[in-house]
Design a protein around this ligand. Structure first.
Ligand SMILES: NC(=O)c1ccc[n+]([C@@H]2O[C@H](COP(=O)([O-])OP(=O)(O)OC[C@H]3O[C@@H](n4cnc5c(N)ncnc54)[C@H](O)[C@@H]3O)[C@@H](O)[C@H]2O)c1
Length: 510
């Protein structure tokens, strides 16, 4: 049996376009709306009128359920927007590759406003209806192709067709930004499952802790280089060393870099790929929670200067991100906890169901994180798609990072892990946001996961303020903070009274 590609999504998401793309690839295709029209002998609006929504849904469940239960030729099927409401249809989808074509309410309404769709009378109704269906799409999707130009699905199709050959449970996000589109895979056992996104030779850049654990599983490896583990290795000097090591090994522009490691390796190897003979592709294989939920996506690559964190860098979107969550099992618990801060940050930014999931986590168990990792990747990639070059919206990702980076820089990158410093930065940001209850809850969550809630190293406030003054995001007007009064409602570029900033930092020392 060959599973079908089952396209789901709201009205206007582009399911017909997806089917056309599948047809062009030689797949057999079925449009459920057409089957329903045949079954009723009328148009869909007429069927709704004659049988009511209940009658329509009952027939739909029968027609679509039995089709999905039988389908075995690896074709493509586009479901109606509401098909996912039927338990029978949902159960039958499990044996296929479910592709969610994502669209937001405003875009859906823009696309369907002039149609005769029975449930789409006005923008508000469309918004409410989408909100009720979102959790179902989210829960059912094996792959997510976000809103964008509708031809994106055509480019994603080869990867979508491959998905069923990857380890069971693997999820695919088709990430896109003006600088490039790429597959993001999140699952267990991905790094040595036999699939690789590029055919060219692999040069693996890693660190001395991760390489002995996982480098061999990336065979065939043509060469590569290793740096020391930890933030202090994220330097221009090491960038040069790695570039020269790759030159010595004969890497050419036809080859590609594999960044195997946490955010430090990902950032440095990404910069190396960007610079090597003016640019070769990089496949990110993130091995920490920080990198799997955040740093591997979005193309910000770079290294630190003694004067400031991430001061030398570039933008280069990866060719693919392979987030194998199994590798999190070897991550030391403190690193896992530090990574959780980026999960917490993303939950706070996204609000809604992600925030509910994150705040409910009692214990961070690597084997239970797949869904959260995928949700965080989706959030980050959506922000990057809207503002790749960090000229506005992408700034939200800096929540907690302004003070966090200043703490890291003022303590010489040795006292705190990145995530730990960001945790403290979150507390400062929530103080500046005057979000008292939320700050108390975040503090409780940090403590629950054994993360610092106080600045305990001997350091002067003046040193942190000094580092803050060198923040990359500083403009002539001052440092713009990301504030958050409610989960899901970040505000970027907020200038704050310097006295308040100082007292928010002082409070961390109490
Ligand atoms: N580019 C971006 O958009 C972005 C976003 C967020 C953070 N970052 C950067 O990410 C960096 C922090 O990343 P990090 O927290 O992953 O730190 P890291 O890369 O230093 O990794 C933490 C430690 O865990 C070890 N390790 C990694 N994977 C392991 C595994 N599977 N098993 C055992 N040990 C493992 C590493 O050797 C290291 O000692 C910072 O430099 C930060 O600036 C970048």
């Amino acid at each position: 049996m060959k599973p079908s590609l089952v396209f789901v999504g709201f009205m206007g998401a582009g399911k017909s376009t997806a089917l056309a793309a599948a047809r062009a690839e030689g797949l057999s295709t079925t449009e459920i709306d057409e089957l329903m029209e045949e079954s009723f002998g009328s148009t869909i609006p007429q069927a709704f009128e004659n049988h009511g929504e209940e009658g329509f849904r009952a027939r739909e469940s029968e027609v679509v359920g039995s089709l999905l239960e039988r389908a075995d030729d690896g074709g493509a099927i586009a479901l109606g927007g509401g098909s996912v409401l039927s338990p029978r249809i949902r159960a039958a989808m499990a044996r296929h590759t479910v592709v969610w074509l994502q669209v937001d309410a405003a875009e859906a309404w823009r696309r369907i406003a002039h149609s005769d769709r029975p449930l789409a009378s006005d923008a508000e109704t469309v918004g409410t209806l989408l909100a009720t269906r979102l959790p179902l799409y989210e829960q059912l999707a094996d792959a997510v192709v976000p809103m964008g130009d509708r031809s994106m699905v055509r480019r994603a199709l080869p990867m979508l067709r491959k998905l069923h050959e990857l380890p069971a449970g693997t999820k695919l996000l088709w990430a896109s930004a003006p600088g490039g589109e790429y597959p993001v895979l999140v699952g267990r056992g991905l790094i040595d499952c036999g699939w690789w996104p590029l055919a060219s030779r692999r040069f693996v850049v890693s660190d001395r802790s991760v390489a002995p654990l996982y480098r061999e599983r990336l065979v065939p490896v043509a060469g590569g280089a290793e740096i020391e583990a930890g933030e202090s290795a994220k330097t221009l000097a090491n960038t040069e060393k790695v570039l020269r090591a790759l030159t010595g090994e004969g890497m050419t522009r036809e080859d590609h870099v594999v960044a195997l490691g946490g955010g430090v390796v990902g950032d440095l190897a990404g910069l190396v790929a960007h610079l090597y003979q003016r640019g070769v592709p990089v496949v990110q294989v993130p091995t920490t929670l920080v990198s799997q939920v955040d740093s591997a996506y979005g193309g910000k690559v770079g290294v630190d200067l003694p004067e400031g964190k991430n001061y030398a860098g570039a933008f280069q979107q990866p060719a693919a991100v392979i987030a194998d969550t199994e590798v999190l099992e070897t991550l030391p618990p403190e690193e896992l906890a530090a990574g959780f801060v980026e999960v917490l940050k993303t939950g706070l930014l996204a609000g809604g169901s992600l925030w509910e999931r994150v705040r409910a986590i009692e214990k961070i168990v690597p084997t239970e994180l797949d869904d959260v990792v995928f949700a965080c990747a989706r959030y980050k990639c959506a922000i990057v798609a809207a503002d790749e070059l960090d000229l506005g919206l992408r700034n939200v990702l800096n929540l907690g990072h302004t003070v966090g980076h200043a703490i890291e820089s003022a303590t010489g990158y040795t006292a705190y892990r990145h995530g730990e410093a960001v945790g403290l930065g979150l507390l400062a940001a929530l103080r500046l946001s005057e979000a008292e209850a939320l700050r108390a809850e975040v503090k409780e969550i940090l403590a629950r996961h054994d993360l610092p809630t106080r600045l305990e190293v001997p350091i002067e406030v003046a040193d942190i303020l000094d580092s803050l003054g060198r923040d990359k995001k500083r403009t002539a007007a001052g440092v713009g903070f990301v504030l958050l009064r409610e989960p899901g409602e970040p505000e970027i570029g907020q200038l704050v009274d310097p006295d308040k900033v100082e007292s928010a930092i002082r409070e961390l020392m109490l």
